[in-house]
Design a binder for this molecule. Structure first.
Ligand SMILES: NC(=O)c1ccc[n+]([C@@H]2O[C@H](COP(=O)([O-])OP(=O)(O)OC[C@H]3O[C@@H](n4cnc5c(N)ncnc54)[C@H](OP(=O)(O)O)[C@@H]3O)[C@@H](O)[C@H]2O)c1
Length: 210
């Protein structure tokens, strides 16, 4: 299975590419923004494509069986980039997938994106952008899974999470465990059509997403 990773130079993206490269049966296609990033990936044997969600990204999706969207404009840019990358970049990729494939689409969204009104302060515009992208995906007809992790950490993954359509408590989750959840979803057709809030927990990823 060829998996386009959009946001492959990001923290989750890198972990995901490593996992897909190491696993049997999956081949990552890493989309990054800079030629130097692509060259470094290629040196490690990873197929890499330069693309930009604000420009042309389509070659990253050529021949792919699935896409994982884990790009984001980050906390150090303005709300314009939140709109143009987290929302409109995601919608542009979805539109391309509807027209040309692939149909399998895993979205790395964010906890509380289902209900931005539950948040207050500076994070609300970000959650509204994530909500709109998720809504677009829910109505797209694509074979989606939406992962909505809580606060991301760089701690080592445990392989154990809490997952549910909605989790009320606040919490965190290692990026490694989000990457593990994305890989599990790619391998598990039963996760198509599901939306998961994700936090660190006690249940093995495979069981938690069942
Ligand atoms: N931080 C949290 O606690 C938290 C919680 C829940 C969900 N999330 C979401 O989880 C996702 C992944 O998080 P992360 O920590 O892995 O993020 P990250 O390290 O900031 O990675 C985001 C990636 O998106 C890429 N990107 C930005 N603009 C782009 C564009 N125009 N075209 C193509 N790629 C672009 C960046 O490229 P460059 O490397 O070139 O800059 C970067 O590699 C994000 O969507 C984030 O919003 C975050």
């Amino acid at each position: 299975m060829r998996v386009s990773v959009i946001g492959a130079n990001g923290k989750i993206g890198r972990l995901l590419v490593e996992r897909l490269q190491a696993a049997a049966g999956t081949v990552p296609v890493a989309m990054v923004r800079e030629e130097e990033q692509a060259a470094a990936l290629r040196e490690g044997g990873v197929e890499a494509v330069v693309g930009d969600l604000e420009g042309d990204f389509t070659s990253a999706l050529d021949g792919a069986d699935a896409v994982v969207f884990t790009a984001g404009s980050g906390a150090h840019t303005g709300k314009d980039k939140t709109l143009l990358v987290d929302l409109w970049g995601a919608v542009r990729v979805m539109k391309h997938c509807i027209a040309r494939g692939p149909r399998r689409f895993i979205m790395v969204s964010a906890m509380r994106a289902g209900d931005p009104d539950a948040a207050s302060g500076g994070i609300k515009p970000y959650l509204v952008a994530k909500w709109a992208a998720d809504e677009w995906l829910l109505r797209s007809g694509l074979d989606f899974t939406i992962l909505r992790p809580g606060g991301l950490t760089d701690d080592a993954g445990t392989g154990r999470v809490e997952a549910a359509a909605r989790i009320e408590r606040r919490g965190t989750i290692p990026r490694e465990d989000v990457a593990a959840a994305a890989v599990h979803c790619l391998r598990t057709p039963e996760t198509v059509g599901q939306v998961y809030d994700l936090l660190s927990g006690d249940v093995p990823v495979e069981k938690a997403l069942r």
